[in-house]
Every structure is written in structure tokens, then in C-alpha cells.
Design a protein around this ligand. Structure first.
Ligand code: ZN
Length: 226
């Protein structure tokens, strides 16, 4: 019969889904039962996380939001928080997907999601970095790829990544892997650090190894007061 033959398949499907949830979800957060397929990441568990004011955004409080752990370092951030606290902006990137005309010249750009209080209001770090690049085509050409928003914990740390807050930007990730220390001052990311991002209020992940962390030369972020 059609119904009988379809039952084992359905059972297998539910079991696979249930086991998948058990593997991916942190222990104790997922209750495996007939409803497991309907469980959304938000329903599994959430944490209230508050970030203190940034050192360069004096007086700017980045607030807090709820998120749930999804798998490994990944988290799921409350979508209302994302909507209210982040925005898409364009940024220079020679491997970007779109073209933008500035003063009659075309430049390749890409869209990044950043924290609103780090763009036009608050510390304006992303806006300052973009404005510096706009005046300097020689520096602009050094930025091949950019990536900002990522819903995750930090690598090698129990802390939430500043990428989850939209407060960090990875530049030329393929050329600057995590854990490698850049020593050549003429290296593109070293030049971008000196000429652009230090002036815009960011710190450079390449220096993290000086304070006991792992060097992260692709990474530039807005320093947060401890
Ligand atoms: Zn990064």
C-alpha cells in the first residue's frame, strides 16, 4: 500500500532530522520529540549579551541583544536587533560586485552590513575609513575583499565576535590568514592600517599577538572598553 510504504521513509526522515538537531545543538538545549522539525534557533535558547561603550565612541552604548547558539561558533542573532542596529553600506573592494560612479569615475564596491552607531552616528568609524579611501585611489586599490557581519563567537575565545556587532571588518582575508603575523610594512594591509584604519579609529588584529592573542592580520575592529 502506498501509505504503508511511505511510513518508514517518514520515520527515517524524522530520525535524521532529530539526530541532526542533537548533533548541532549544544547539549541540553534541544528536546527531541515529534516537534523537532518546527524548532527554530530562537526557540532553542538565547543569551542576553551587553557590550560596553567603545573607547573611541565615547559615550556610545552599543546596547545588548539576544541570540542563540546554533552550531560550533555560530549563533543566531535576534532579527529585530539586526534590523534596528545594523545597516547596509557600500564599501570599496576591487573584487566587489557592483560599480559606483564618484566624480565621473567608476569604482568597484561591495555591500557590507555594519553597526549604525559605527557609521553615520556615534563614532562614524566606517564612514571615516570610506572617506579616506575615496580621496586616495592608490590606497583604494589595496582593498580587494571586505567582510563585516558574521553571527559567531570569536575564534579561540569565549567572547562574542565583534563581527556579530557589525564593528569589525576583515580585509583581503585570502591573503592574510588568521595566525600569521605580518612584518613587512609595505604589505597592503600594513599600509591600510597606517594610512586608513588607524586614522578612522580601528585597531589592527595583526597586533593581537602583542597582547597574548593570535595575530589576525585580515581583521580591523573598533576597540571596546573592557
Ligand atoms: Zn575579523
Amino acid at each position: 500500500m502506498h501509505v504503508k510504504s511511505s511510513v518508514p521513509l517518514l520515520v527515517r526522515f524524522l530520525l535524521t532530522a532529530a539526530l541532526g538537531e542533537m548533533i548541532f545543538m549544544p547539549q541540553g538545549m534541544a528536546k527531541v520529540d515529534g516537534r523537532v522539525l518546527a524548532v527554530s534557533p530562537q526557540a532553542i535558547g538565547s543569551t542576553h549579551h551587553k557590550l560596553p561603550s567603545s573607547r573611541i565612541c565615547d559615550g556610545v552604548d552599543f546596547g545588548s541583544f539576544s541570540f542563540s547558539r546554533v552550531k560550533g561558533r555560530n549563533i543566531h542573532i535576534d532579527s529585530d536587533w539586526k534590523e534596528q542596529n545594523t545597516q547596509f553600506i557600500w564599501f570599496f573592494a576591487t573584487k566587489g560586485e557592483s560599480l559606483r560612479e564618484i566624480d565621473g569615475k567608476l569604482y568597484r564596491t561591495t555591500q557590507i552590513r555594519v553597526n549604525r552607531k559605527a557609521f553615520e552616528s556615534g563614532c562614524q568609524a566606517f564612514l571615516r575609513a570610506r572617506n579616506i579611501l575615496a580621496e586616495r585611489p592608490d590606497l583604494m586599490r589595496l582593498v580587494k575583499t571586505v567582510s563585516v557581519f558574521r553571527e559567531s563567537y570569536s575564534k579561540g575565545s569565549p567572547k562574542l565576535s565583534s563581527h556579530a556587532w557589525g564593528l569589525a571588518i576583515d580585509i583581503n582575508a585570502a591573503d592574510y590568514p588568521y595566525g600569521i603575523k605580518v612584518k613587512n610594512p609595505h604589505s597592503p594591509n600594513a599600509i591600510l592600517w597606517r594610512e586608513v584604519f588607524s586614522k578612522a579609529g580601528f585597531r589592527w588584529g595583526n597586533h593581537f599577538s602583542n597582547v597574548g592573542g593570535a595575530s589576525d592580520p585580515m581583521h580591523f575592529d573598533i576597540p571596546i572598553k573592557k
